[in-house]
Design a protein around this ligand. Structure first.
Ligand SMILES: Cc1ncc(COP(=O)(O)O)c(C=O)c1O
Length: 440
């Protein structure tokens, strides 16, 4: 098997992120066939080397004043949390469950920030009682609840305000700001929210958080968001007279999934960011400000591959269906049911015939009894054989963790990392006993 040409996104990713040894396609140095046979399929495999590269390229892009917080929701596996903690990153969480996972991984509470709508009293009490670093408030009522819980616990809550900006400064695939939204407080209501925060003796106001969209591949859109955050930060300073402790730019940096998409232009982003930070260097609003980015997808997405095995191949009224042993129950996003309006295929490869060009089209479908369980539509690859291993690339973020694992009670898929020539099981496959225990 030879190295494929870079004529499709999938082939480009294979050439850039995989290696070839003894004519076999490898994650790190270990062949996909070896991994699939050792751990079984369906299986998530992550190459930590790629996470390292993603982290280093992000670290280089943002000035050192900007702290990187890994957004746990992208993939909460403990090994990932430990990886980012070892780099000195903080962690951004969105639930009490993530808080528990993050504490378990050894993270100190002050390095955690909690953002996201619908925080419950139980969650707020949990995080405040452990001394969480910061809570990013998403509504006026939430500010009141944080305040009364902190008062009851006889503690001070460090709170920043998530602001929904009044301009369309974004264009991510999934927009979360600049329009009516459940996220944050509208910029028009910001003064009221700050007055409320400042009137609460048990809250220490920290600053602002802007996050308007995920999967942004245009550096210009990201820069508009960052500039908007600075503009809002200055307004807050003029109102309060206090330099901001925190300015959180959010996450949202995208990765290519579909044909025609390319990597973010990081050198250009770096250049614009250094200009922006030069402009605010002597601005009293940002004297000793801790800037934050909280990406998830960018850091871990390219590291992951979902490997499935072909179980059956059948024809129906002129169409070919390739049935594989995992589907939307493990990888909802790849089936197009996680926020895609027009269903497009994630990059798919056949690891057993990786260098060949496709000549026929077929559907790649999972084992669930719904037509939604389609991982690839009109896929053009060499026709697989029963037993071949197919890979869905770019599957390190919002894959296993964002999927309906319980639907149809299939066994949950294991996760494996490859690092320094070795593979390590970081989450075991579920068992039939697990499923039976769940029923009690
Ligand atoms: C508040 C917040 N921060 C960070 C993220 C991470 O976004 P991404 O994975 O696009 O970087 C999200 C994603 O939804 C989010 O809601």
């Amino acid at each position: 098997m030879s190295v494929p040409l870079k004529s499709t996104l999938a082939q480009t990713l294979i050439v850039d992120n995989f290696s070839f040894k003894n004519h076999e396609c490898c994650v790190g140095d270990i062949s996909v066939n070896t991994l699939a046979q050792k751990y079984g399929t369906p299986l998530f495999v992550y190459n930590l080397n790629i996470m390292e590269t993603q982290y280093q390229s992000l670290r280089k892009t943002f000035p050192l004043k900007v702290n990187i917080y890994y957004s746990v929701k992208a993939n909460p596996n403990r090994r990932f949390l430990e990886f980012f903690l070892s780099k000195g990153c903080g962690l951004e969480i969105a639930s009490g469950g993530e808080f528990a996972q993050v504490l378990q991984s050894g993270c100190q509470a002050q390095h955690i920030l909690f953002a996201g709508p619908g925080k419950t009293d139980i969650e707020l009490e949990f995080v405040l009682s452990k001394g969480i670093g910061e809570i990013h408030a998403e509504s006026l009522n939430e500010i009141r609840r944080i305040s009364s819980i902190a008062a009851r616990l006889n503690t001070q809550a460090k709170v920043a305000l998530r602001v929904n900006p009044n301009e369309e400064a974004q264009g991510g695939a999934m927009r979360m700001g600049g329009k009516p939204s459940q996220f944050g407080v509208d910029e028009e209501q910001m003064d009221e929210a700050i007055d409320l925060i400042q009137s609460q003796p048990s809250i220490e106001f920290q600053g602002i958080h802007l996050f308007s969209g995920t999967q942004i591949l245009d550096d210009g859109i990201l820069m508009n968001q960052y500039k908007k955050a600075m503009k809002i930060g200055k307004r807050v300073f003029l109102k309060t007279g206090m330099p901001l402790h925190t300015v959180d730019f959010g996450g949202g940096l995208g990765i290519p999934y579909f044909s025609g998409e390319a990597n973010l232009n990081l050198p250009r982003l770096e250049e614009h960011l250094s200009k922006l930070f030069l402009e605010i260097e002597n601005d009293p609003a940002f004297f000793q400000t801790r800037f934050v980015v909280e990406p998830g997808r960018f850091l871990v997405g390219p590291a992951g591959t979902y490997i499935v095995q072909v179980l059956d191949i059948k024809q129906s009224r002129g169409k070919t269906y390739v049935l594989v042993d995992g589907g939307m129950n493990h990888h909802l996003a790849a089936s197009g049911n996680l926020g895609q309006v027009i269903k497009k295929n994630f990059p798919i490869v056949n690891f057993n015939q990786i260098s060949e060009e496709g000549d026929k089209e077929f559907e790649v479908v999972g084992p669930l009894c719904t037509p939604l369980d389609t991982l690839g539509r009109n896929v053009r690859l060499p026709m697989p054989k029963i037993g071949d291993f197919l890979g869905i690339l770019q599957s390190g973020a919002y894959a296993r963790t964002a999927s309906p694992l319980g639907f149809l009670s299939h066994l949950t898929p294991p996760e494996v990392v490859v690092w320094k020539g070795k593979s390590e099981l970081i989450r075991r496959r579920g068992t039939f006993e697990d499923l039976v225990h769940d029923l009690r």
